[in-house]
Design a protein around this ligand. Structure first.
Ligand code: URA
Length: 433
C-alpha cells in the first residue's frame, strides 16, 4: 500500500477501507508516514468527509493505537461524559460528585487545557494537595467504594489521536466533523466507558459555530457509539457566551462549589443538571430524564452533592477546607475592573476572546510547556441580556502579571452593548440519542 495512492483516493472522493485506515493510522503513529503526506490526507478528509463506517473505523484505529483501560473490576454501568470544549466549562467538576451521589460509577480520565479552553485536571490541581495520579488499584478502589475517581489521561491513551490532533491544529483541519467525532469518541472508548454523554458545545467559543453543524457532529458521535456498542447521548448546549460567571482554574472550582451548594448561576446549573441526569439514566438509576433531573436537584438542595465533592477532594489528598472556605483557593494579587462606557443591554460576550484573555492573564497555556497560574482568571459581572449603565463593572480580571493593557482591551471588546434587549439565550438546543 502507498500513502500517495490513499491521498489520491480521498482527494477524488473515494471511500477508504479498514485496512487502508489502519495502515494510515499505524504508519503515521510510528513515524513511517511523514507529516506532509498526513497533512495532505487530512485536508482531503476535511473537504470530502468520511462516511459512517470510515469514521467508526478511524475511531477504532485510534483506540487500538495505545493502551485501553480495563474497568471490568468496577461494579455497575460505567458512564462517562465529554465536552467538545468551551470557556468557563466546569461541568465535569459538578457532575462527577453529583452522579456519584446516586450510585453511578464515574471513573474519569481528564485532560489538561491548551489554548483558550481549560482542562478539568488543571482546575482540580488548583486545590492544594489534589492528586491526579492514582495507582490503578487506588483508582478502581475509589470508584467501587465512593463511586468516583478522577485522574489525568495516561500518556499512552490514543497516541494516534494525540499526534494527529497536533498536526490538525497547525494545518487548519481541526473543524472537520469526522475528525472531531473520532478524536472525542476514541478517548472515551479507550478509557473504558460503557455509556457516554456528550456535551456538544455550539457558538462563538466552540469548535462548531452553528446548530446544524453541532447536530451533524452529535449525530456522527452517537452513530459511532452505536456501531461500537456504547450507548451514547449527545446534548447540544450553548457556548455563545462563557458558561457561568467564572473563567480560570481556582475561579471555576469556586463556581462549581456554588452550583453544588445550590447557589449557582442558571446557565451552568441547568447544563450540569441536564448532563448529570442523562448520565444517571444511562447508568440505570432512573428510568426517565425528568425524574432524574428532579432527584438530582433535590440532592443539591439536601447538601449531599457538596458533601460528595468534599469527599472527592479528601480521598484524592486535597485540602477540603476550600469547600467551606473557597478563599483558601489561590488568589491573584491584581484585580482589574473592566467598566462599561455606554448604557444598554449586553447583546453578546465573545467567549473565545474571554478564553484567550484568561489565558493571557496566566490561566492557560500557549504551549504545552507553559506553567499555569491557578489564581488567574476572569469573573463576569454581566452576562448576555443584563442591563448595563455607564461605569458598571462588566468583568474583573484576576492576575499576577503586570502590563496587561492589551488584555484589558480584548476583554472590553468581548462585550457588545446595544440599546435593544437581545433575544433570550437557550441553554440546551437539542438532545440526540
Ligand atoms: N476535542 C477533542 O478531543 N478532539 C477534537 O478533535 C476536538 C475537540
Amino acid at each position: 500500500m502507498r500513502m500517495v495512492d490513499l491521498i489520491q483516493k480521498k482527494k477524488n472522493g473515494g471511500v477508504l477501507i479498514q485496512e487502508e485506515i489502519d495502515f494510515i493510522v499505524r504508519g503515521y503513529t510510528n513515524g513511517d508516514i511523514p507529516d506532509y503526506q498526513m497533512s495532505a490526507l487530512l485536508m482531503a478528509i476535511y473537504f470530502n468527509g468520511m462516511n459512517k463506517r470510515e469514521t467508526a473505523e478511524l475511531t477504532l484505529a485510534y483506540v487500538n493505537s495505545g493502551d485501553t483501560v480495563d474497568l471490568s473490576e468496577v461494579t455497575g454501568i460505567k458512564v462517562d461524559k465529554h465536552s467538545t470544549g468551551g470557556v468557563g466549562d466546569k461541568v465535569s467538576l459538578i457532575v462527577l460528585p453529583l452522579v456519584a451521589c446516586v450510585g453511578v460509577p464515574v471513573a474519569k480520565m481528564s485532560g489538561r487545557g491548551l489554548g483558550h479552553t481549560g482542562g478539568t485536571i488543571d482546575k482540580l490541581e488548583s486545590i492544594e494537595g489534589f492528586n491526579i495520579e492514582l495507582s490503578r488499584e487506588q483508582f478502581i478502589f475509589n470508584v467501587n467504594h465512593y463511586r468516583m475517581a478522577i485522574v489525568g489521561q495516561s500518556a499512552n491513551l490514543t497516541p494516534a489521536d494525540k499526534k494527529i490532533y497536533a498536526l490538525r491544529d497547525v494545518t487548519a483541519t481541526v473543524d472537520s466533523i469526522p475528525l472531531i467525532a473520532s478524536s472525542v469518541m476514541s478517548k472515551k472508548i479507550a478509557s473504558g466507558a460503557e455509556c457516554i454523554v456528550l456535551d456538544v458545545k455550539v457558538g462563538s467559543g466552540a469548535f462548531v459555530k452553528s446548530i446544524d453543524e453541532a447536530r451533524d457532529l452529535a449525530n456522527t458521535m452517537v452513530e459511532i457509539g452505536k456501531s461500537l456498542n456504547r450507548e451514547t447521548i449527545a446534548v447540544i448546549t450553548d457556548m455563545s457566551q462563557p458558561l457561568g460567571h467564572e473563567i480560570g482554574n481556582a475561579n471555576e472550582v469556586k463556581e462549581a462549589i456554588e452550583v453544588l451548594k445550590g447557589q449557582g448561576a442558571l446557565d451552568i446549573t441547568i447544563v450540569s443538571l441536564t448532563i448529570a441526569s442523562y448520565m444517571a439514566v444511562l447508568g440505570g438509576v432512573f428510568s426517565d430524564f425528568d425524574t432524574a433531573y428532579e432527584e438530582l436537584k433535590a440532592i443539591i438542595k439536601s447538601g449531599k452533592a457538596i458533601d460528595k465533592l468534599k469527599q472527592l477532594v479528601e480521598i484524592q489528598g486535597g485540602n477540603s477546607q476550600i469547600i467551606d472556605n473557597p478563599d483558601q483557593l489561590p488568589q491573584a494579587k491584581n484585580h482589574i475592573e473592566i467598566k462599561a462606557l455606554s448604557n444598554g443591554y449586553v447583546n453578546s460576550i465573545e467567549a473565545e476572546s474571554i478564553g484567550i484573555s484568561a489565558m493571557l492573564l496566566g490561566a492557560g497555556r500557549k504551549t504545552k510547556e507553559d506553567k499555569i497560574d491557578y489564581s488567574a482568571g476572569i469573573t463576569l459581572f454581566k452576562k448576555v441580556g443584563d442591563k448595563v449603565n455607564i461605569g458598571n463593572t462588566l468583568c474583573v480580571l484576576h492576575t499576577n502579571r503586570d502590563n496587561i493593557k492589551e488584555v484589558e482591551i480584548m476583554a472590553f471588546n468581548a462585550f457588545t452593548i446595544r440599546d435593544v434587549e437581545p433575544k433570550q439565550i437557550t441553554y440546551i438546543y437539542d438532545v440526540i440519542r
